[in-house]
Design a protein around this ligand. Structure first.
Ligand SMILES: *[C@@H]1O[C@H](CO)[C@@H](O)[C@H](O)[C@H]1NC(C)=O
Ligand SMILES: *[C@@H]1O[C@H](CO)[C@@H](O)[C@H](O)[C@H]1NC(C)=O
Ligand SMILES: *[C@@H]1O[C@H](CO)[C@@H](O)[C@H](O)[C@H]1NC(C)=O
Ligand SMILES: *[C@@H]1O[C@H](CO)[C@@H](O)[C@H](O)[C@H]1NC(C)=O
Ligand SMILES: *[C@@H]1O[C@H](CO)[C@@H](O)[C@H](O)[C@H]1NC(C)=O
Ligand SMILES: *[C@@H]1O[C@H](CO)[C@@H](O)[C@H](O)[C@H]1NC(C)=O
Length: 754
């Protein structure tokens, strides 16, 4: 009898330890990892407003919680500006020899981990404003799970006025379309004060991120990294993989609240440079209106003035001295090879990413391993991810990590090579033979930017144009030249010849036209009820098809839905041609990783590299090839000019879920429709997204798994994990881990013997 009890106890223990891992993820945990042998990983994400440059004392009950604004003084220390004494005992660190949860400061004052004050979110060292914190952090904690695990994330909306929804960017959500997190498309927004449990199976593996899909919240820092570790990895190079400490998010950052900011741009109000925020312009100001900035191809990039940029939530506004900043430090040991994971979580600007003294060996993108491509720079656009290997072969010391914009100063350099405007985010690569640098030591870190010469040209992956002017000595490598390491499985492989082809032309922002930011001339309008749960309640007269022609002079606003069948090969030709070709777009397709067959470019001036006209591969008229007309019109219905133009595809063609469409150019992508549901397609440049550059793919939705009934009611919904499993039985989800079942069988056998 005793042994049976023991066995039963053991079974219970094993079950609780391995079936569901309730991952602790508190305010000081910047990364939270699920146990490798867990079947289910449960996380809690608390979403609330917080201030930058502020620390909070949460040893007090929630309603009595206190905080104090801080600044960084010239000795690099935090100083409280008000409410002195609330957190005033300096920095707490875990002391050797103390228990796991005890943290002490220089004066020997010790507190338990859960009673510490939060680390101030320093952003650029200058901007004091409200932002959206996830578990009191920015970025939100990096969630780390393993391929095939069931991920359950309880999202608690503690904002007082806004609904939220969390998209798991790049996760396929097979049979869980309604967990894709697109508010008003796949679910009701999570209301203020409500909670919602996302449950999905982790896949594919690789580097992903989660972010709000509602309004401007993503730009207000409602995001974090999501890492899905591979079950096993077969890569020609072996490496060390520490996603908790080697994940790099890059973003541009503004002093205004993003919604205020968006309203300002959308209505074309312009900007007075150097005017303090919250100050009305007057006749006393110098009339220095902001002029759009442009890239080396003369294409618009800075529709709004750059303010600052952050690497993993930290950076330095140009006004702030190094010692008064906090930068993100990435630690490595010498003579090793590390995997780093790079994610663009920003809103407007693309970045040229590089690390002084080191080459970057790109090994994966958007969750798919690629044959190594060695470059000096990675051009990173909204929502894209690149994993690269870094060989720590530079002995010792500190090296600058740079993410610089593509903006050119045409005034001071009228001929190519034009000089770049110095707009950047910085972080530090630290070889950990010595202590990590303090902020007072940042300024003395040597600056050794890339030297690109004719003899030793530099390489850049994923340029937003075909090439730099030759005077730059930078070669561009297109993403369509990358090759997968593992061949695409049969069931996911599209045919080379598509069953259906759709053309989608992205147009943005020529002032005299409306609507701005459209796909095929149509501005996306969110449905008033989510399609997955309350389709019937929608006014269907507001829906439109992707290739319908907008007849109205004033432009059309509608819910664009593209209907595709089950198990067909779909080709999308996504372009930015016609008169409104003057910007580059970063396009994300939900629910799929598409094969990128071709990136096509416009025509450039050989004199100076400027974009002169759109790609000659496309025409904007049904009736054929009127060459001169291509750039005159908005191109609501592009077609290939040479009929029967071929795009090769094989099992190693690169797959991505987010890719750029170069100004004046196009991208051909292909996928097999094997994942029924409503999948959102969107531009990741926040301005264009908010203005309506998105649409919905209805992929054989009649075959999609139905959402749980309770999702129709739009209130708090914490789906019981066992109900989820029961609902999925037969879909390859096992309600119990196999070893638990074995124990159970043993237990029953033991019982029967008795
Ligand atoms: C937080 O506030 C409480 C109450 O005022 C105080 O006892 C505690 O020391 C503070 N915690 C820190 C880390 O300063
Ligand atoms: C969210 O708000 C509720 C009450 O409105 C509170 O009980 C809870 O502690 C809050 N959570 C966080 C993380 O602030
Ligand atoms: C914008 O361009 C105009 C015309 O070239 C120039 O006069 C003005 O100074 C520029 N404004 C700024 C802020 O550079
Ligand atoms: C999809 O179609 C292909 C042929 O185009 C066929 O071989 C395959 O079995 C189909 N898959 C499913 C799941 O129906
Ligand atoms: C693109 O923008 C630049 C700068 O704003 C301008 O010089 C150029 O004419 C524009 N091109 C088109 C096609 O509108
Ligand atoms: C670049 O050269 C073209 C002629 O090839 C010219 O029309 C254009 O104005 C030039 N652009 C710049 C930015 O100098």
């Amino acid at each position: 009898m005793f042994s049976i009890l023991l066995l039963a106890g053991l079974a219970q223990l094993v079950a609780s330890a391995h079936f569901n891992d309730f991952v602790e993820c508190g305010p000081l945990d910047t990364a939270c990892e699920c146990a490798v042998d867990a079947t289910v990983c449960t996380f809690q994400l608390h979403v609330e407003y917080a201030f930058t440059l502020t620390r909070y004392n949460f040893s007090l009950p929630y309603l009595q919680g206190q905080g104090e604004h801080v600044y960084i003084d010239k000795t690099g220390n935090f100083v409280a500006t008000n409410g002195r004494g609330k957190c005033n005992e300096g920095t707490f660190i875990k002391r050797a020899g103390t228990s796991e949860d005890l943290y002490c400061n220089e004066n020997g004052v010790c507190v338990e981990k859960n009673k510490l004050c939060t680390e101030p979110i320093t952003v650029d060292g200058k901007t004091l404003r409200i932002f959206i914190a996830v578990n009191k952090q920015f970025p939100g904690p990096t969630l780390i799970v393993h391929e095939g695990q069931i991920v359950a994330v309880d999202v608690h909306n503690n904002l007082s006025t806004e609904g939220i929804s969390i998209h798991w960017h790049g996760q396929h959500q097979i049979k869980t379309n309604f967990m894709d997190g697109v508010g008003l498309v796949t679910q009701c927004p999570i209301q203020p004060g409500s909670s919602f449990r996302y449950i999905f199976k982790a896949g594919p593996s690789g580097t992903f991120w989660y972010h709000s899909q509602m309004g401007s919240q993503r730009a207000n820092s409602l995001f974090g990294a999501l890492i899905v570790r591979e079950k096993q990895i077969n890569y020609p190079i072996s490496f060390i993989d520490y996603p908790a400490s080697h994940t790099i998010t890059v973003m541009d950052w503004y002093q205004q609240d993003p919604e205020e900011f968006f309203r300002h741009i959308k209505f074309g109000m312009g900007w007075i440079v150097d005017l303090p925020p919250f100050t009305a312009p007057s006749d006393l100001d110098p009339s220095n209106g902001y002029n759009l900035t442009r890239g080396p191809d003369n294409v618009d990039i800075g529709t709004n003035p750059f303010w600052s940029a952050l690497i993993h939530g930290k950076g330095r506004h140009p006004d702030v001295a190094y010692e008064r900043s906090r930068l993100q430090i990435y630690e490595v040991e010498p003579n090793s090879i590390y995997r780093f994971r790079l994610i663009h979580t920003g809103t407007m600007y693309a970045f040229r990413f590089s690390i002084d003294g080191h080459k970057l060996k790109v090994m994966a993108t958007d969750g798919y391993l690629v044959a190594p491509v060695e470059v000096d720079y990675i051009a990173l656009h909204g929502g894209e991810r690149y994993d690269f290997l870094l060989e720590t072969n530079q002995g010792d010391g500190n090296f600058w990590i740079r993410a610089e914009t593509f903006e050119i100063d045409f005034e001071s350099s009228p001929n190519p090579p034009y000089s770049f405007i110095d707009h950047k985010a910085e972080a530090i690569l630290h070889y950990s033979e010595t202590d990590p640098p303090k902020s007072t030591e940042y300024a003395s870190i040597p600056s050794t930017p890339k030297q690109c010469t004719q003899e030793a040209p530099c390489k850049m992956l994923n340029c937003p144009f075909e090439n730099f002017h030759p005077s730059y000595n930078i070669e561009c490598i297109g993403i369509d030249t990358m090759k997968l390491v593992e061949s695409t499985p049969e069931g996911e492989m599209p045919d080379e010849t598509p069953d259906v082809t759709y053309f989608m032309n992205m147009a943005a922002f020529v002032a005299h036209y409306k609507p701005i930011s459209s796909i095929n001339d149509k501005n996306f309008r969110f449905p008033s009820h989510p399609l997955t749960t309350r389709y019937e309640q929608n006014d269907r007269s507001l829906f439109c098809e992707v290739d319908s022609i907008c007849e109205s002079e004033g432009g059309c606003e509608c819910t664009t839905v593209m209907d595709i069948g089950d198990n067909v090969t779909v080709r999308l030709v996504i372009s930015t041609v016609g008169e409104e070709r003057n910007s580059t777009h970063s396009i994300h397709i939900h629910g799929h990783s598409v094969h990128v067959l071709k990136v096509g470019y416009g025509q450039y001036s050989s004199e100076n590299g400027s974009l002169l006209s759109s790609s000659r591969d496309l025409t904007c008229r049904d009736d054929g090839d009127d060459t001169d007309i291509l750039d005159d019109i908005r191109c609501p219905k592009p077609r290939f000019r040479p009929p029967g133009i071929k795009f090769p595809l094989d099992k190693f063609t690169v797959r991505k879920d987010t890719f750029i469409v170069p100004a004046g150019g196009y991208v051909v992508v292909q996928f097999r429709s094997n994942n029924p549901g409503y999948w959102f397609v969107q531009c990741l440049v926040q301005l264009y997204y908010r203005e309506g550059m998105s649409m919905i793919i209805n992929e054989a939705v009649e075959k999609a798994k139905k959402p749980p009934k309770q999702m129709e009611y739009c209130d708090s919904f914490i789906w019981d994990i066992h109900d989820f499993m029961d609902d999925r039985s037969g879909d390859g989800y096992t309600a119990m881990p196999p070893f638990f079942s074995i124990l159970l069988i043993e237990l029953m056998m033991a019982l029967s013997v008795l």
